[in-house]
Design a binder for this molecule. Sequence first.
Ligand code: HEC
Length: 161
Amino acid sequence: MKSTVIRFGLALGVATLLAACACHQPAEQEHTYFTPGLGEIMAQSAARHAKLWFAGQAKNWDLAAYEVDELLEGFEDAATYHRTHKQIKQPIPELIAQYMDQPLTGLEQAIKDKNLPAFTQRYDDLTAGCNACHQVTDFGFNRVTRPTFNPFANQAFGLAN
Ligand code: HEC
C-alpha cells in the first residue's frame, strides 16, 4: 500500500515536471517583438517635451536638438505602428503631420539660430499642437503644459563649461 502511494506520488511528480517543461518551451523559435502602445509613446514624448524645455532654457542647443530628434522618432513610430487608434476617425499619421510638422520644424530652426525667444515661442506652438491633437481625438483631458519644475534629477541640462 505504502509503495503504491509512493509510486503514485513519483508519477505525479514526474508528470508535473514534464508539464512544466513543456510550458516553458518557446513555440518554434517564434520571436515576438514588443510594440509600444500609443499611450506609451506619448508618455515618452511627454518626458522629451519636458527635457526639451530645460535644455532650451539653459541654451544647451545640442541637447535641445537631440530632444527634438527623439520627439520626431517617437512620432514616426506612432505613425508606423498606430496608423489607426481606438475610435479616432482620422489616420494617426495625418494628424501628426497636421499638428507636429510645423512646430517641430520651427523649433529646429530656432535651435539652429540659437535664439532663445524664438525657441520659447516655438515651444509654446508645439505644446499647442500636442493639445490640439488631443482635443480632436477626444483625449483633450490629457493637457500638456510648459513644465514648472525639472523632475530629472539625474541629468545635467546646462552646458558642461
Ligand atoms: C495624433 C495626435 C497626437 C499628437 C500630435 C500628440 N498626442 Fe499625445 N496623445 C494622443 C492620443 C490619441 C493619446 C491617448 C493614447 C491612448 O489611448 O492611451 C495621447 C496621450 C498622451 C498622453 C497621456 C499618456 C499618459 O500615460 O499619461 C500624454 C502625456 C501625451 N499624449 C503627451 C503628448 C505630447 C507632449 C505631445 C506633443 C509633443 C503629444 N502628446 C502629441 C494623441 C496625440
